[in-house]
Ligand binder design. Structure first.
Ligand SMILES: [Zn+2]
Length: 333
């Protein structure tokens, strides 16, 4: 795909949506689901059983969470960086009354990876169900529902200059990148079952589905008691998280990838970045960073208006139509 500044002229000065003699360009359209679909499951931190439904919705709506279990009509929370209420262990979105939805990042990551722009997420509890701790079950839901293009061009947020945020040994950065979103992640844990891991991915639907979506969330056995005393990880179990004790992975089935841990961190980062409300055209680097660091970086980026711009998204088109440079051949033979 290619990207142009959000102005009435394309890269070569041609009016948007028209073709020149050497190039035919098509906008990328926004997408939603073809039909509604739902699932039930337990929240990783709350331990509360919830039912969640994903509904198609009009272009330019974005991803919107709706709490339907509350008296008085519920609450509606747009998935946006300025609605992040807590990001210590997971990403929690909340409205101005403090009513929210927790652990949105794996679902948001699935939406980013599958290039879904507009969905209403109806939920009857305080947290997105953990499912198996990865984004794969959400991709299954999206694919079962089907995806449709909508009659509105897709826009992206392009990063124009580097921003980084460092907090001790943690660091996150966004730098300009020529092609879509690239994510690099590095982690370094004392627990030797995790240790040092690195991954690097150019994010597109195939790569996301094959390389990232199945990576599960994880926790250290030594921290489980403290987390539960803090009201967290109450729904966590070996069926929805990898649990590590020193050099051992306690899950009987083992790991899905040698570096599943760092892949999951990349998955988390993609979900958090989608709180921009649009795909991001940038190179993201995370080093031992958490949800809170990514949220901090996004606030920093948005505060600097010279750091980003909105651009239209275009399908890649051959610079020269096939029939132009083929003298002596019969066109369309
Ligand atoms: Zn996660």
């Amino acid at each position: 795909m290619t990207f142009d500044s959000n102005n009435p002229l394309g890269a070569h000065g041609a009016p948007v949506g028209t073709s020149t003699s050497s190039e035919i360009r098509r906008p990328i359209f926004q997408k939603t689901l073809k039909t509604s679909i739902g699932c039930t499951g337990v929240g990783l931190h709350s331990g509360v059983r919830v039912a969640m439904k994903l509904h198609p919705v009009a272009p330019d709506t974005g991803i919107v969470f709706k709490r339907i279990d509350l008296i008085g009509g519920g609450a509606t929370i747009k998935a946006s960086w300025n609605h992040v209420a807590d990001s210590r262990m997971c990403t929690v979105l909340a409205d101005e009354n403090g009513i929210g939805v927790a652990t949105v990042e794996h679902l948001m990551s699935a939406f980013y990876g599958m290039e879904i722009d507009n969905v209403i997420v109806e939920i009857n509890g305080p947290e997105v169900p953990a499912m198996d701790g990865s984004a794969e079950p959400f991709i299954f839901l999206i694919e079962c529902a089907g995806v449709v293009e909508q009659d509105r061009a897709r826009q992206a947020l392009r990063i124009l200059k580097q921003h980084s945020y460092t907090n001790g040994n943690k660091m996150v950065a966004l730098t300009p990148w020529h092609d879509g979103l690239r994510v690099d992640f590095h982690i370094d844990f004392h627990a030797s079952a995790i240790g040092r891991q690195t991954c690097s991915f150019q994010v597109d639907p195939d790569t996301f589905r094959e390389e990232l979506s199945r990576a599960r969330t994880f926790g250290l056995l030594s921290e489980v008691t403290a987390l539960r005393e803090a009201g967290l990880a109450r729904g966590g179990s070996l069926s929805n998280a990898i649990v590590v004790d020193g050099d051992r992975v306690l899950n009987d089935e083992g790991l899905r990838h040698d570096n599943e841990f760092v892949r999951h961190k990349a998955l988390d980062a993609i979900g958090d970045l989608y709180l921009a409300g649009h795909p991001i055209l940038a190179h993201f680097v995370g080093r031992c960073s958490s949800h809170a660091d990514t949220a901090r970086l996004m606030r920093q980026v948005y505060a600097d208006r010279s750091c980003w711009e909105m651009v239209d998204m275009w399908h890649e088109a051959p610079a020269t139509p096939a029939w132009v440079d083929m003298p002596g051949r019969v066109a369309f033979a």
